[in-house]
Design a protein around this ligand. Sequence first.
Ligand code: SAM
Length: 261
Amino acid sequence: METPEELEYDQDMISLLEAVWGEGFMSPGGTEEIDRVLGDKDLREARVLDIGCGIGGAAVHIALTRHPRSVTGIDIEENLITLSASLAEKNDVSAICDFKQVAPGPLPFDPGSFDVVFSKDSIIHIADKSRLAKDIHTILSPGGWFLASDWLCGYEGEPSPQMQAYIEAEGLDFELASAQVYQTALEAAGFVDIEIIERNAWYRNQARIERDNLAGSLYAGLLEQVGEDYLNRAIDVWEKMIVVLDSGEHRPTLLRARKPS
Ligand SMILES: C[S@@+](CC[C@H](N)C(=O)[O-])C[C@H]1O[C@@H](n2cnc3c(N)ncnc32)[C@H](O)[C@@H]1O
């Protein structure tokens, strides 16, 4: 498995993201955004899969508030799985939560294993959206829901120089795709009732607040945890991200789709 040097989400990154986005979260919006993704769907007694569970904030929130039968979180990084399990323990939901490290690639579950497949801002790291949509369709039970948020792009083909500069500054393995690519992948997999809802307007504002917090109220505390260079680079990432949020090239988006009964 990976050595600490190879981790995309190492301890400095986790400290910084949790400071900005809240305990358990490595993506924006906290529990409010998780509730928005889930909408009015009834998760009582559902077997839920969280793809790219990170440090467990969403999985634990679902376990605490939606009365699922089980929540299985998967991620490719072992350190994140350990932190997710600790968060579940701390919140007393370990009995219904299970976290597993997986290798990138086909989802390692039997057909019909889950009633809801959830994911928050993680599919951006998975290149083949068609393969993933088919996999999700297969492991869902008939009538099951795919409920997700992801970071999409507002273009087909090559990103602008500003977008390239942002992606480079992030330094993460981003596999961005447009809403059309997601729509086609979901339709081809057999999903119906597909909803693709833009969150760009919300995040354009939110990202400015986050940038101001990083450079302001969070600065001194984070300086001690991650050091000046790391922190200043992070603020630069936010500056570059705001540019591409404003241009519409960076599009946080909600995705919902149902497997027919
Ligand atoms: C931006 S973080 C979001 C984490 C979490 N969903 C949240 O909202 O806090 C993206 C996550 O996707 C995970 N990831 C990347 N590639 C993956 C893959 N092929 N399968 C599952 N998880 C993956 C990363 O390790 C990371 O934890």
